[in-house]
Design a protein. Structure first.
Length: 125
């Protein structure tokens, strides 16, 4: 795969959203009992899909369309989960302010993920 500007942007956006999820997972203000496994797994999932998408292994390159779909679905599920869990359950039903500590991680990650979806749409195999 010949890397273009959009690919470098995709790599940066995946790293940003992964780091945001790691940051949230290990933030003691959000999870005083220790790292949150769901945020940690989400961050690791992004890193795994980043490698699967860009590492030039024949096995992965022959399945590039499948990896593309996996990444698109993963991003969409992550956004939907945030909307349901944070916005729906905590803000709307729980009465928490939207720009609480959780949004410090969630909003930048969602912005990166939406831009990533746009770039993925331009990179469809």
């Amino acid at each position: 795969m010949q890397l273009r500007a959009r690919h470098y942007a995709m790599i940066a956006l995946i790293l940003v959203t992964s780091l945001m999820h790691f940051g949230a997972a290990f933030d003691r203000r959000l999870f005083p009992e220790g790292p949150d496994p769901l945020f940690t797994l989400n961050a690791l999932g992004y890193l795994g899909l980043l490698l699967a998408y860009f590492v030039p292994l024949q096995f992965l390159q022959t399945r590039h369309r499948l990896v593309w779909w996996a990444l698109v679905i993963y991003v969409i599920l992550t956004i939907v989960a945030w909307v349901v869990i944070w916005v729906g359950m905590n803000v709307i039903l729980g009465g928490k302010p939207f720009f609480d500590l959780d949004s410090l991680y969630g909003v930048p990650a969602k912005i990166a993920e939406v831009i990533l979806l746009f770039l993925l749409s331009r990179d469809k195999p």
